[in-house]
Design a protein around this ligand. Sequence first.
Ligand SMILES: [Mn+2]
Length: 282
Amino acid sequence: MLSTEPPLFLIGDIHGHLENLIRHLRYAGLANSNAQWLGADAQLWFMGDFTDRGPDGVGVIDFVMRLQQNAARRGGHVGALLGNHDVGLVTAKLFPNAPSSGSKGTFYTDWVDYGGTVSDLQKLQPHHIEWLRNLPAMAVVQNRLLLHADAMFYLHYGDTLAKVNAATKELMYSTNTEGLDELLGFAGERFAFDERKAGAVMRASQLLAYFGGRQIIHGHTPIDKLSSEPIERITRAYTYCSGLAIDVDGGIYKGGAGFVYEAPPFDPELLPTDTLHVAQEN
Ligand SMILES: [Mn+2]
């Protein structure tokens, strides 16, 4: 069957590595170094975690914001998800001294401990905060459920995609520091779809049944934590969980080369029929 869908590209956690991001987008033919869109009608999705652990997180945000605007003018689409580090940056800026349940006891000290780059906090302007607050927690695009994290906590915020996105956005606009602390705690979870743990296929199927899509694509967990290959050798997306999950986090912050993943035209025959059945029944 011929697909009429525009090409779909995904890129994992950038963590402040602007030069690496630009190199990959140029290589994929999606953008130039001035954030001009070259991808025609394609869609590009960022999986969140734009900042921390790298030199220029706000530079990455600026680049993605410009690329979004330019792509929209040129018939393309650039989407972006909310990652836990994006929440951490906003809380460190707005509520630095609020108590947290994290490792160091306040939003600011936790953020530094998780790799916050102090110059990012100084460069962060109200329009960046506005952009981060509006990032959706999840999206469904061409039969794929896009999530930042390989985790189940999304269900804590609602049983539909719209409810989850509304709830996390409401939190991001709130002064509810306890709620934000809870979100940060949840968002550190990972490995929900790792088949080395019992019930992985069931958990992936459950999220797909609630939120839509037939296959999960996520970032957040560098691929070397799931496959046993060293991060230096990871140059492509990792499909696992009986085909129900794809990790696109190339671990740039820890020395991975990173990559742009082009999702092939969706083919349900590549998924196991028994798990499809589970996903459709619920
Ligand atoms: Mn993350």
